[in-house]
Design a protein around this ligand. Sequence first.
Ligand code: PEP
Ligand code: MN
Length: 374
Amino acid sequence: MKIVPLKDWFDEFEDGPLMIVGPCSAESEEQILRTAEAVVEYCTPGVLRAGIWKPRTRPGTFSGVGSRGLGWMKKAKEKTGMRIAVEVASPRHLEACLNAGIDIIWLGARTVSNPFSVQEISEALKGVDIPVLVKNPLNPDIDLWMGAIERVSNAGISKIAAVHRGFSPFEQTRYRNMPKWEIPIELRRRIKDIPVICDPSHISGDSRMVPELAQKAMDLNMDGLMVEVHYKPKEALSDSNQQLSPAEYCRMMNELEIRCSKPEDVGFINNLEELRNQVDSVDHQIIELLARRLEIVDLIGQYKARNNVAVLQMDRWLEILNTRLEQAGLAGLDDSFTERYLKLMHQESIRRQTIIMQDGSEKKGKSADDSPDD
Ligand code: PEP
Ligand code: MN
């Protein structure tokens, strides 16, 4: 895949992380101009972003100002010298952006989730020379993300970058979208030289968490950040919780530690580093899952204590052993390794449930020495 490095996209672009900043949605000319001017006046300017057509999850919410917002973006460009970036979700949007002189377009997570839409936009991109950013799809499907990048690349676009904005969880989590850092890292391993820009705003969904995620992205050697910045975040018509004020953005930029982007001995060191980052991320998730499993075990323990059910249910333990061993075998894990893990987990479950049972029995004034199971 032919990929032009970010620094060669425009004459004024330099080495170092590319910053793409601006409101979630364009709302008024004043909002666009005041946001852009504040950013340019006080810190690293970068590229100005804004959504003009907003793909909203639920109907009845603000769905963007439409093409008139393109004029405001152009005006901001004339006044500040910033390059301007807009989301497109159809060939019609692309055409309007090209006519308006938009510098960079991006495909949003919802669009990238649909190969038909990506294909249609790619067809319309043939013969056009414009940088294209491809956000990850809503679900953690690296092939779908790669597929979208390939479609855009096959249309002849070589100024292309991926944007990591996290993946929709069903459960309530600390993040609006799960970062699953191992996925963008794996993408970088699979598509050599693809620049990856992190969007900490959509990952966090919370402006307070944006700086720590931005730092994490820099620690992982990502190539830039897309950050939602609004001159009055609380009044924003979309994503108001996650937008930074220009002052907050500038503070974050002053505090951000930008790591040396490329070690001398590329190849080996880079690969090793990326695989280690994936291990870190997977370990992090395993620990969270272990904690979650033991929480459920505790709930079962409490339930048993309340109902005075306190026998080791051998059938259940054997069922756990057999089903997990079979699944692990199919996944290529060594049987004795799996068995040792399962026994360790079972022991720990018994230890915790025993404490819960004893506490319950003491309260009732009697003792219990049964071995509960999970
Ligand atoms: C956005 O950038 O405002 C947006 C809609 O993002 P995403 O496609 O990542 O949800
Ligand atoms: Mn947004």
